[in-house]
Ligand binder design. Structure first.
Ligand code: IMP
Length: 183
């Protein structure tokens, strides 16, 4: 199967329909876990923006959202070590139920860094929702509480995820063609 439009040669890993269904299931699970409570969704820019927009609309418990941004060395490629905060939270999260929302849990460096950073703000609870998980790439021990799909060691684009800032707008999650793969 291939995606539509100008990127029609790309191989689709997860179609927009399967993403929609899985994100709705994740929302229902979050609703059950936080019934009667309030949550703050903290999205990691830019990759998680589209996932957060859909996840937030699949959640019926009272929720607000905020965003953080990090830079990791070597933009557009797999992260390679140093992670730096380039946009902090807008609102305090002390005493709140926080879900950190990320597109991909890969080496774990980004989410480990962000988890420690957010913990210093003393939230009431802190969980992680990752649309994709690549456990075979992990360098630091970290698990997400909510995972959309577990995938092998392949570079993916679309649904918010980029290669050198491109392809974020693809509605499906596609495999990066091998001849373009970053290494
Ligand atoms: P980690 O710190 O290695 O876990 O990196 C997570 C970040 O690396 C993600 O938020 C993405 O920005 C980026 N990343 C990792 N794998 C991919 C991929 O397959 N496609 C696009 N971005 C990726």
């Amino acid at each position: 199967m291939s995606t539509t439009g100008i990127h029609q040669d790309l191989e689709v890993l997860f179609s927009r329909e399967s993403i929609r269904q899985r994100v709705m299931e994740m929302g229902r699970q979050i609703d059950r876990d936080y019934a009667g409570e309030k949550i703050v969704l903290v999205g990691v820019l830019k990759g998680a923006a589209i996932f957060l927009a859909d996840l937030a609309r699949s959640i019926s418990v009272d929720n607000t959202f905020d965003f953080v941004a990090v830079s990791s060395y070597g933009k557009g490629q797999r992260s390679s070590g140093a992670v730096k905060l380039i946009k902090d939270l807008d609102q305090p999260i002390e005493g709140k139920n926080v879900i950190l929302v990320e597109d991909i849990l890969d080496t774990g460096l980004t989410l480990n860094f962000l988890r420690s950073l957010l913990e210093r703000h003393h939230p009431r609870s802190l969980r992680i929702a990752a649309l994709l998980d690549k456990p075979s790439r992990r360098l630091e021990k970290i698990d997400a509480d909510y995972v959309g799909f577990t995938i092998p060691n392949k570079f993916v684009i679309g649904y918010g995820m980029d290669f050198a800032e491109r392809y974020r707008n693809l509605p499906d999650i596609c495999l990066m063609p091998p001849d373009m793969e970053p290494h």
